[in-house]
Design a protein around this ligand. Sequence first.
Ligand SMILES: O=C(O)CCC(=O)C(=O)O
Ligand SMILES: [Fe+2]
Length: 348
Amino acid sequence: MPKPKYRIIKFWMWPIWILALLTTAKSFKDNPVIGAKLLNRLGLHISRVFIARGITWLRWWLLSPLLKRSYRKDFHTNGFVIIPDFLDTSVVQAIREEIKTHARETRAMTQGNTDTQRILLDTSALHGKPMLKNLCYSNALINALRYGAATFSIPLLYVQRIRNGFHAGKQDPQKTMHADTFHPTMKAWLFLEDVTPEKGPFTYVPGSQRLTTKRIKWEYQRSCSAASNPDGYSEKGSFRASAEDLKAMGLPDSTGVCVSAGTLVIANTNGFHGRGMAESGSSRLEIWAYNRPNPFNPFPGLPFRFVAHLKNHALKTFWRRKDKVAKHKGSKSSWHLIKASEMTDFDA
Ligand SMILES: O=C(O)CCC(=O)C(=O)O
Ligand SMILES: [Fe+2]
């Protein structure tokens, strides 16, 4: 059956679309309220930007004892903090060896010519990997990430390997500078190898997370046109910014975060960032963390492990459901299963 052209007639969806305004929902394409040109002209998007930011600042303030003052200062000045020697070389090496023994669920997603391969670090993946388990349960790591995401809740933790030029195909869309969403949000990388320019380092425009008058103006303009000017991502709420856009916002050049193995980088990916250009065939191995709580919730969340276990479980169930649907259609789900050895052969 063809999709109804005018989603407006799906009247039963309206309460959901409206309530979604108070969540992380960001798609101008899927939610006609978020995408409504008139509402955005009247300031809907920009109001969400302001309110979400104000509430996140309240939570950052409440959680400030969790991260050293100098790191907090870097995080809020630049939009990211680099913590060198978070792990020493022997621990990095031991973790790499443990990853090589992994034989359980491993998934990958293809974007353009690049593959992102991941192992979700839930209880079953950590089984028999004591160094990785220690890391995932360490207060030093978890508290730093809690501060970054402005929540007590424990982030999703993965082993991640980025494989540049893994396929023939278009450019990896993550290599275009972008903001992940409309509100402050945390991603972190604990590198398990030295990151050189050829490996496509995590790249950030320092200070671009700040809500300057120029950024507000740009957000406002983009919100009025995002739904009708699709570029594949902006209309889904992850605004792409061209070099001219960045210049017009008075922002400096981006910096590739080339650091040694064992360095932890925590970023607010509401600032403009992306992946640096890489040599085809290169790869980057890291522990990757993600947490995106509801930015409209003033409460700083629950610190309990069981909540993290539930989230991991829900995610795995979701992936398995997607696998089934894709199988039914004779295709692969976007986060499809791969053999663990396709990811863990990094020293081969
Ligand atoms: O892998 C990277 O360096 C950054 C990719 C990115 O844009 C993201 O994870 O949001
Ligand atoms: Fe991103």
